[in-house]
Design a protein around this ligand. Structure first.
Ligand SMILES: *Cc1c(COP(=O)(O)O)cnc(C)c1O
Length: 429
């Protein structure tokens, strides 16, 4: 006789189990079926009992139909590219869910006719930077630069400092992006020093525009100099300023970080920026500046290929008009508040017998800007072996390893996530 616990239930029987039938309704029958087949396979291999198949499927059910797993960012890197950059605010998430259904993104409910796509998000952006005569939103900052090169410099030259030829990440480089649009680069100055004269000498009939790029992921220190936006604005050719990080106005804690309003006030023709770095919104490319130039960018045929989805427009508007998004909260958290949280969490874990202690830490803004800026922070320090267990847990928690300890930096964890963090650590005990 075969052991009844080893008997593997039939697929139909598993799928008929009420909790799994419900999951099949929300996630799709195919997904639940594939998890069922995997669980049956494990039972056949003797890794689990036949009676455990339903539980195994329930355990492996994802929260949503997408394979993207939710992660608690305890790295201390505020804008973490590999973790999806800016987490959206609750207001932005609600807006995304509402806009996911049919919505009036390009429709005037009063007249029943067509309306300007994304007018609410564009109005919010214009209101946030009143000095911008025109605003437009594309897929990301790279798309904004591509569009500027296509419209203003195809077959012409872009004058740019050798100190600002930036690689964005994953092997993509701004110089290559610009030349792919049919522009030629006219590099001026040196890696560490570029003067106004260098730009002025390079400008001629072939100039499409002067480009100033903010080195947002590295810093050149020592014997350095660069020309200011206000100086470059006087050269008599369009000046495009890529500020990168997406600060719309100055931020008191990041005085060296450029912002759109100041760059426009200093005379930039157009400013480009990312939506998902220090602005704390969805992936997007923000274009702000001279009304006529922005209109030309908006009407270029390629603009259609770079346009944003309604979900992005919804999230962007809610970020601009709504409460402080998580990125901004993470920046403004005080070191005292963070260490109080680290103490409380460590105390609770030590009471459970976990080798946990609160330590000082240094957080960073990340690829999103402010290279070299250290944000004083606090972390829960655990034995290094926790790192892997936490990454594989649910929710996944990503910390960082320092001196053979696993540090969970609280600057990038929202205070209302502390309980989830605590429970995730307990489950690894
Ligand atoms: C991040 C960054 C980019 C690329 O922006 P995406 O929105 O990721 O396309 C371009 N320029 C600078 C200066 C940046 O910091």
């Amino acid at each position: 006789m075969t052991d009844p616990r080893r008997a593997i239930p039939r697929t139909d029987a598993v799928l008929a189990e009420p909790r799994l039938a419900k999951a099949a309704e929300s996630l799709g029958r195919e997904l639940v079926k594939s998890l069922t087949l995997a669980a049956q396979e494990r039972a056949r291999a003797g890794e689990i009992g036949g009676a455990d198949v339903v539980d195994e499927v329930l355990r492996t059910l994802p929260e949503t139909g997408a394979s993207l797993r939710p992660v608690l960012n305890a790295t201390g890197v505020v804008v973490h590219t590999n973790l999806g950059r800016a987490p959206l605010s609750g207001a932005a998430l609600d807006a995304v869910v509402a806009a996911g259904a049919a919505t009036d993104v390009e429709f005037d409910l009063a007249t029943g006719g067509r309306a300007r796509r994304g007018r609410g998000a564009l109005a919010a952006l214009a209101a946030a930077v009143p000095r911008a005569g025109g605003v437009h939103v594309v897929n990301n900052n790279a798309a904004a630069l591509l569009l500027a090169a296509l419209v203003l410099a195809q077959g012409k030259e872009i004058v740019v400092s050798r100190g600002e030829l930036v690689e964005i990440g994953d092997g993509f480089r701004i110089p290559d992006l610009l030349t792919s649009a049919g522009a030629r680069l006219r590099e001026v100055g040196t890696t560490n020093r570029t003067a106004l004269r260098d730009y002025a000498d390079a400008i001629g009939p072939d100039t499409g525009f002067v480009l100033k790029v903010h080195p947002s992921n590295y810093r050149v220190t020592g014997f350095t100099s660069e020309a200011a936006v206000a100086e470059l604005a006087g050269l008599g050719v369009p000046l495009i300023v890529d500020i990168g990080s997406g600060l719309l106005t100055p931020h008191e804690l990041l005085p060296a970080e450029p912002d759109a309003a100041s760059a426009l006030a200093a005379g930039a023709t157009v400013v480009t920026a990312s939506g998902d770095k220090l602005l704390g919104g969805p992936q997007a490319g923000l274009i702000l500046g001279d009304a006529a130039v922005v209109e030309r960018l908006r009407r270029h045929p390629a603009a259609r290929a770079l346009r944003v989805d309604k979900l992005t427009l919804a999230a962007l508007e809610a970020t601009l008009r709504g409460p402080e998004p998580p990125v901004r909260q993470a920046l403004s958290a005080t070191a005292g508040g963070l260490s109080a949280r680290a103490e409380a969490l460590s105390d609770a874990l030590r009471a459970d017998g976990v080798d946990a202690r609160a330590v000082e830490s240094a957080a960073a803004v990340g690829g999103g800007g402010a290279p070299g800026v250290e944000l004083p922070s606090a972390a829960v320090s655990l034995p290094a072996r926790y790192a892997e267990a936490l990454r594989l847990g649910d929710p996944a928690v990503v910390g960082r390893i320092a001196r053979d300890r696993c540090l969970l930096d609280l600057r990038t964890v929202r205070p209302d996530e502390d309980t989830r963090l605590l429970e995730a650590v307990r489950r690894c005990g």
